[in-house]
Design a protein. Sequence first.
Length: 854
Amino acid sequence: MARIYAPTSPEITEQEKNHMERVRRIAAEGMVLLENKGVLPLRADGRALAVFGNGVRKMVKGGTGSGDVNSRTVVNIEQGLEDAGFSIATKPWLDRFDQACADYGAGYMAEFQAILQEKGFAGVNWALENPYRDPAVPEITREDLAGTERDLALYVIARTSGEGADRKLNPGDYELSEREIENLKTLTSYYEHTVVILNVGGVIDTKFLRSQKGIDAVLLMSQPGCAGGLALADVLTGKVTPCGRLTATWAENYADYPSAESFSYLSGNLDDSEYREGIYVGYRWFDSFGLNPAYPFGFGRSYTEFALSTRRVEILGGAIRVTVSVKNTGALYAGRETVQVYVSQPQGKLDKPYQVLAGFAKTKKLAPGEEELLTVDFSIPSLASYDEERAAWVLEAGSYEIRVGTHSRDTHIVAALELDETVVTEQLQNKVRPDCELPGLHADPDRFYTYLSESAEKAAALKLEIIPSTIPTRTAHYGAEAVEMHTEKTEAVTLTDVLEEKATLEDLTAQLSVEELAALVVGAERGGLGSVSAVGAASAAVPGAAGDTSMELADSRGITNLVLADGPAGLRLSKSFVTDGQGNVIPGLGESAFGNLFDMLGVPAAQRPDGAVDHYQYCTAIPIATMLAQTWDPAAIEEAGDIVGSELEQFGVDLWLAPGMNIHRSPLCGRNFEYYSEDPLLSGLCAAADTRGVQRHPGRGTTIKHFALNNQEDNRMHCNSRCSERALREIYLKGFEIAVKESQPLALMTSYNLVNGIHAANHRELLTDILRCEWGFRGLVMTDWGTTAASEGFQYGSSDAALCVKAGNDLTMPGSQADVDAIVKAVGRELALAELQACAKRILELVLLRAKLQ
Ligand code: BGC
């Protein structure tokens, strides 16, 4: 019987209230003001507001799938505005939309139920591939407008997406729907001002919003978690001055994105995905190919204004320090500004984009007239590029221009670092070469974005010299083969012996038989704790958690299980569950993370025995990862991580299956909302901050995911992502590298897809050579859920459990008997016992860490 942590009282705790207040604050800081023609902030005068749109009552707090979090309540926009003292004058329209959703939802659920009855649990994939989406919003009629004050209307546009399916380029998703356009035309012809609120997890087409007269403000409220309506009201009323900044480029036209035609289903080929744009992702592409975005990377407006002035640029040892003063020059509102520092690297043998983000810093809240000195630091080697021919990171000779600004289209050259010879900063080996010819994309510096004063700034820039001999060259050493562990101990060693220091982990590992080792490196789905096993809900000690490690060696060796639960928008657990008098969880009772899925599957409802006890696991839905990143404030992200860390402790979860940190390669990736940005530095620093917050809580850890190139959702398990080694290292792996080096997450999850022809889960070069040997990762690597499950009819099949072990992928999740058998069979053939021991020992290290805290 497992220990149950969840409280038995449904009462709201002080911690829950406190977390709600904290996420309200963080969410307000992640909202991005895109347009404002003087209409915001609104006077908080308690009047009746005309509020329309699909996100008012059905505000999307975060996306769907494993990234969805079950909080006790979600404060929607209607409630948030009412709480701020407004009343809503358009309830009949909102009621009509509710009814339309209820009717449409009933039809959808009937179809889902029929599919489940036909296919059983496999039918869940239908829902992932055909996710529920609300129907079209009702038309706004004259009657809806009558009786409302004519000066202002709010219109909320909501979108949702989730794992298993990419977003569509259609009206109603990336595009505005015809009805949304009609409704907005109605509002702009009736009201003096219309404010549009975007309750979206990613980019949408904003052409209409920017061109329609009368739309006087556009606020990206994003997907803000459980206190979203309150946070929105804080920003609309000016209690918080908007200070979020975009973390991806919002294009004028979808076709402007470099992956527009080659992305996912749009390429007509779901088997292979070729990253032909190479390093030119996001603003690197728009800037280098002279395309003007609708909203550039890093952009966001405020209610006040700031003046920046660069005070100093210095070389301090191996680092650059840029000191910038920021002054709030407005008269009315206090606010925060983000200083962004970019670098233009010299063109040489290697193509370089126009500029890359090198560092950033955010001010505190500055009152009107107040000034703050910010410093932005970054290392000189962080400006290196990857040269595939030399298999090395190199700083090519030339001039490195330092640019300071408030977004990527507002950067100004303040200094130039001169390097007169090329320096190798790190000598590696190529490890992830593409499995096909991928012609590199070359940008022509003559077509780069430019602005009037650019050449004058170049000429006037302060020149600083980098002395090549001060930059050391690091050489990576790729570890020798794993060495078999042996022990002198003859008595059976248990984890308690290790805890009591009577034996070492090596002794314990060395004593385990091949069968025991194999049991340990495969998750507990195969009938461990749960009697109802389901992807994402295997844990029976913490219902709704995504899985456990093995309990099979609990009696014989005292090796207990680790509990793993999803994120990234909070901790994903079931809201409540029921135990019998002996503390055993009764599957199927309580409010599951899966709604009424088991009912629909026809699993007979469990009886509630006498003496049954209710338990509650109300977790806080924090803002989606993109919104956290939009704060550009590592301290705020660390705080979000701390909220999750406290809940991991409270409910007895060891590893959080988050943060997700894949790069926003295309705006249509169905899971972008779970990821931070198109920029690797920003992604890496956000993941490191999230990790620091979680890992403040001893024994609790993050699992950065999905490593690597999981940039599309359609056919995510069997798609081969093909990418140059340079783009992999500079763009797609870089964030992971930063997170590992800066924060040592306890775990990492591999992706489903193949990386240049090899399943990521089986990719030894990626998981051992790059992750562990080059970057020094010391944690546990696990697979994504079900990647080894048998599959048919795909060009690329599934990954292999024995090859996971061989690659250094320690834990196959959620695990099956077939995985255990495959591993046992492989030992002594393609798999060395030492390799299996190495994986088992890394799991044991975490089990031991947790045991030490109990
Ligand atoms: C997702 C992971 C998640 C896992 C467990 C998978 O479908 O891709 O991100 O952590 O399920 O729920």
